[in-house]
Design a protein around this ligand. Structure first.
Ligand SMILES: [Zn+2]
Length: 353
């Protein structure tokens, strides 16, 4: 779990100070108030100020007078920066520096979460190639559902959910299969299996799973898994973006499926960020729990090796607690009844891949 920071919050209207807890996630900060309310500030929505290197860090949100978060611990700034390090323009140069300075240290001390840190340096275009490779290896002869009205409804659903600022081009496909599941691949591809559509209690419930899968992509969990398993050789291939030659050799000794198997920590991170996304997009998050119940019930319909949704019970409990802390959310159905019907019938037209 990410570290929590104590902070003071000012609402910009009164001088009253409120104690809050702050946590950084890859897209911004997560703010928890003592009354249980949760806010999420996207990285592009706030400014970071620090008057003195050893002094408190201030985040300002919104127009003047802004809402303010003040974190006393000056190291918060480094964590915040670390999470949002932009990919350097001269990758090769940076890589050489990294190799010389940091990698020996990692080997020597075994810094935890190093693969997550490195995943940020992999260009999105390389993640896309990696994701396509994994998708085609695992599901080579999939039949894609293509009915026009259903396709349009699915696009509408994806648009409604996609965060405002993101580097990924989300491509969601429905596969004609009874499996009750959805799988995300690095770079933006998501496969939803027809069984999931059929068993989904509502569009909002489906949106919950989709939001979760999107977060695996946005937080680069698959790429992180691959790096942790291929160690340095894979890392260099991925970061250098040598797309022509790596695919065949990258997976030497790696089970492709393991790229899509996430640790409990990564699943929790995806769940919590998905919940924030749903709240921000006005999607009813309680439906997500209903969907998780369905996934749990049908987990045996999916081969054990591709059971990509572990620990469902404890994750549902955690989500229930988080949702109960946000009792005042206002929701609006993600799709009209008509479009939801169209989406459920998307497999009436098929295309072989
Ligand atoms: Zn997951």
């Amino acid at each position: 779990m990410a570290k929590q920071w104590k902070a003071d919050y000012y609402d910009g209207k009164t001088a009253a100070r409120q104690m809050v807890e702050v946590r950084t996630v890859s897209q911004g900060v997560h703010i928890k108030f003592t009354d249980g309310r949760i806010r999420f500030w996207y990285r592009h929505e706030f400014r970071v100020l620090q008057d003195h290197p050893q002094g408190p860090v201030r985040l300002e949100y919104g127009e003047y007078p802004p809402e303010i978060l003040e974190i006393q611990d000056p190291s918060f700034r480094d964590v915040l920066k670390g999470r949002h390090l932009k990919r350097p323009r001269y990758l090769a140069l940076w890589l050489a520096l990294l190799a010389v300075m940091i990698i020996p240290a990692i080997i020597y001390w075994g810094i935890p979460n190093a693969s997550g840190w490195f995943a940020r340096f992999v260009p999105v275009s390389v993640e896309e190639q990696l994701g396509n490779y994994v998708k085609n290896e695992l599901f080579p002869n999939r039949r894609i559902c293509q009915a026009d009205a259903g396709r349009q409804a699915l696009d509408e659903l994806v648009r409604r959910l996609a965060p405002e600022e993101y580097e990924y081009n989300f491509k969601v496909e429905v596969v004609d299969s009874d499996w009750v599941n959805a799988v995300a691949f690095p770079g933006g591809n998501i496969l939803i299996f027809r069984g999931l559509l059929e068993k989904s209690p509502s569009t909002d419930a489906l949106a919950g799973v989709l939001a979760h899968e999107m977060q695996h992509i946005l937080q680069r969990h698959g790429t992180e898994n691959l790096i942790s398993q291929t160690a340095l050789s894979g890392l260099f291939k991925l970061i250098s973006g040598d797309a022509g030659s790596w695919a065949n050799t990258l997976f030497d000794g790696v089970q492709i499926l393991s790229i899509l198997k996430y640790t409990r920590e990564l699943e929790t991170e995806a769940d919590e960020s998905a919940l924030n996304l749903l709240l921000q997009r006005g999607v009813d998050p309680t439906e997500m729990i209903k969907m998780y119940q369905v996934l749990n019930k049908h987990s045996s319909s999916f081969p054990e090796a591709i059971s990509t949704h572990p620990d469902m019970s404890s994750r549902m409990e955690r989500l229930k607690i988080l949702i109960s802390q946000n009792p005042k959310f206002v929701s609006e159905p993600v799709l009209s009844e008509k479009n939801w019907e169209s989406l459920k019938n998307i497999c009436q037209t098929l295309e072989n891949k």
